[in-house]
Design a protein around this ligand. Sequence first.
Ligand code: PMP
Length: 413
Amino acid sequence: MADNNINTSLDIEKVRADFPLLQTEMRGKPIVFLDSAASSQKPQIVIDAISKYYNSQHANVHRGVYELSQNATDAFELGRERVRSFLNAESTDEVIFTRGCTESINLVASCYGRKFLSEGDEVIISAMEHHSNIVPWQMICQEKGATLKVVPLNEKGEIIMEEYKKLLSDKTKIVSIVHISNSLGTINPVKEIIDLAHEKDIPVLIDGAQATLHSKVDVRDLDVDFYTFSSHKVYGPTGIGVLYGKRKWLDAMPPYQGGGEMIKTVSFENTTYNELPFKFEAGTPDISGAIGLGIALEYVKDLGFDAIAAHESEILTYATEKLLAIDGLKIIGTAANKASVISFLIEGTHPYDVGTLLDKMGIAVRTGHHCTQPLMDFYQIPGTVRASFAVYSSKDDVDKLVAGVERVANMLR
Ligand code: PMP
């Protein structure tokens, strides 16, 4: 595969043909899949790579002297190298495989928190965080007697940077903020957020669950301390995710879980830990997951980041205009800098009813609080209907959504 990102436009029909699930039906109609923020569909090459692994390459990794195990280890570690290259990390030692973005954040909250948090310290998050970037911090803060500080938002769903600056203090031990909001689509100014924290020597974790799907991420350019994402959101398999961490932090943190792989020597008296990245990877890893994720990231690179961005921006603009033309429809989340996620409400209807009726038309959208209950409280709403787009989303999908929403609005009012 070519290692470039110079494509500037996508052949959308060709891209759609790469995804077998998009050729299927839901409720007897060709599926209109608009829930990629929850999980994206998988291209055939990812499915083939996983199937090939189980058909002819499977053995446990890092421990066999026989050829099959060595080949499986090479394939698994190639997955890690592909993640390193995708993120532009300095070394594969800084790429830890986890179960997903949730586990990556839990790992940092637990290991960084155990070592560096004490009573009276503060952790900063924002008001638009996913539960997985709230609860792990709440848990460690409770344990350590630290306090969670929350940066407020404006009505458009943007972080109020002046308030963020005010919260940064000598008490702040870490900042943990989402790159792109899964509920609103807001793209946060993460570079500025990181730079401001670094001025006070505070490390920053960026939750990239929604970002790797839409844009190029360069951890060295961002100078970010921790970056987390899930494979399944970026066209890879479920069950695996990534924690990127700067070596200086990973070296300083205690291990997460104990077991095989993460040790150098074990006796009943004492254990010494393995080097990075294995120190944080106890037990048999998700070997097929790493292989599939590596292929998914190559697929994205081959399509080209510029082409993906241009396509998704076109879809976002098209869908926003068409949806706003529907009587009584209000978009929640109108940040100036937005990814292709649209949350909306229709006056006089409940999001759940809208989603259920759209399902009957073969249209898959997400309804509810999207694991951001405090954000819904901020807007004083029970939830939204969310349509989220990916590289394979077409204008035809948008037209079907708009026609469906119009019908549903008329039926329910
Ligand atoms: N953060 C954000 C912004 C997300 O959208 C999600 C998934 N919805 C997560 C974290 C958690 O990802 P996962 O469930 O794959 O661990």
